[in-house]
Design a binder for this molecule. Structure first.
Ligand code: AMP
Length: 407
């Protein structure tokens, strides 16, 4: 089925074509008719599935022409807000509809000016939006469509009270859409006060990892973790690598050590200023930095085409974060590899992840790495070296098929 058959407005259809999309993704196929019909919706979908267009396209189609602020999209992070604003602007390029993003970490002046010029769609992080609501730069009295994106993460980040406050400031007569990778009971509870008879769309992807991604666990002792990371980077034929750390401090430390090992490295975490975050992302996208070290919250939802590898330096705390991290590679059918360094203390977390994704991740030893005698060994048969197209195939420099040139 094509976008044409989905009853989007003519100008939005042109915007989609200009964006280069030809076929709708499953979440788009299922969510767009619900949103166009005006109903409430709870959609389980993670980033990478095309969920932004799943709400942006029908919402823009419903708005028609420029008027008052009628759509509010809440996002958990600044990066996501900026990305979703860009998507709305792209799709709306053949309309006169205006989108403005409001988020913290930058000055108020430019955002105030933009808001003054008149806006139809506000994409906001909760904190900065509250500032504008309190000073009455923004009112929500005309909001007819409220979208909460990445609701699970928003609640994880402690935004529940402010999100409730914002929902209560919107008119009761409205359409409300929830997008969330997972829908745990806390979200059901918020949904029951915010939504009316919502349709549910589950794309069956919320527990699975992208099929084009090859996974592997690398057992290692705590003391050799960093050396193994460096060895993996040296042996892997990568285009760009996202390295995940559990903590901001850890991310800084890894970045410092990687720089000392002559890698070009960017760092993304919540303690970095907005300018540093923008520079890091832009530099990573342009290829100036080949490695980006990030924490989960900072990296949530960022869309960097061509991330060839994700390396979990630290095992994620929550199983769903594994899926989110891995979602950074293999977007839009590109291939990607995902390596996880595992110390013996992580055994329980790994079990939880494997249960969550419903698959066992192969354990590998890096050939040629000088494992200390005490190093943990992979479970199962000794030789789990990648072979042919078995799951867990890793393309190491020199030893296996080099898979493509740099983009
Ligand atoms: P999202 O899940 O909204 O973050 O989208 C993930 C990526 O897929 C983005 O880079 C989108 O531009 C891209 N994308 C979304 N929908 C489509 C589509 N129907 N065809 C091709 N690419 C798409």
């Amino acid at each position: 089925m094509s976008f044409k058959a989905l009853n989007l407005s003519e100008s939005v259809l042109r915007g989609v074509q200009a964006a280069g999309y030809t076929d709708p993704t499953p979440i788009q196929l299922r969510a767009i008719p619900v949103v166009l019909g005006g109903g409430d919706l709870i959609a389980s979908a993670q980033t990478g599935t095309g969920k932004t267009a799943a709400f942006a396209l029908p919402v823009l189609s419903r708005l028609g022409n420029h008027g008052r602020p009628r759509v509010l999209v809440l996002e958990p992070t600044r990066e996501l807000a900026a990305q979703v604003e860009t998507a709305f602007r792209d799709f709306a390029r053949f309309t006169d509809l205006r989108t403005v993003a409001v988020f913290g970490g930058v000055g108020y002046g430019h955002q105030r000016q933009e808001l003054k010029r008149g806006v139809d769609i506000i994409v906001a992080t909760p904190g900065r939006l509250m500032d504008y609501l309190k000073e009455r730069t923004i009112t929500l009295q005309d909001i007819s469509i409220l979208i909460l994106d990445e609701v699970d993460r928003m609640l994880d980040m402690g935004f529940l009270p402010v999100v409730k406050d914002i929902i209560n400031r919107c008119p009761r007569e409205r359409q409300t859409l929830f997008f969330s990778a997972t829908v745990p009971p806390e979200i059901q509870a918020v949904a029951s006060f915010a939504l009316r008879n919502p349709a549910r769309v589950e794309c069956g992807v919320n527990r699975s990892v992208n099929e084009s991604v090859k996974h592997a666990l690398y057992p290692v002792s705590q003391e050799q973790k960093f050396d193994l990371l460096v060895a993996l980077l040296a042996k892997t034929d990568f285009d760009s690598v996202l390295v995940f750390s559990r903590t901001k401090h850890g991310a800084d430390k890894i970045a410092r050590r990687l720089k000392a090992a002559n890698h070009s490295v960017a760092v993304l975490h919540a303690n970095r200023s907005q300018n540093q975050r923008i520079e890091a992302l832009a530099g990573f996208k342009s290829g100036k930095y080949e490695v980006m070290v990030a924490t989960d919250i900072a990296a949530r939802g960022i869309d960097v085409a061509g991330v060839s590898h994700v390396i979990n330096y630290d095992v994620p705390e929550k199983p769903e974060d594994y899926v989110h991290r891995i979602g950074r590679t293999g977007r839009a059918q590109a291939v990607g590899d995902a390596f996880t360094l595992v110390t013996p203390e992580n055994a329980g977390d790994i079990r939880d992840i494997q249960r969550f994704i419903g698959a066992k991740i192969p354990e590998l030893r890096l050939e040629g790495f000088d494992y200390k005698a005490s190093a943990p060994r992979p479970a199962g048969p000794e030789l789990q070296r990648p072979k042919g197209s078995l799951p867990g195939q890793i393309r190491h420099k020199g030893s296996f098929n080099r898979y493509r040139g740099r983009r």
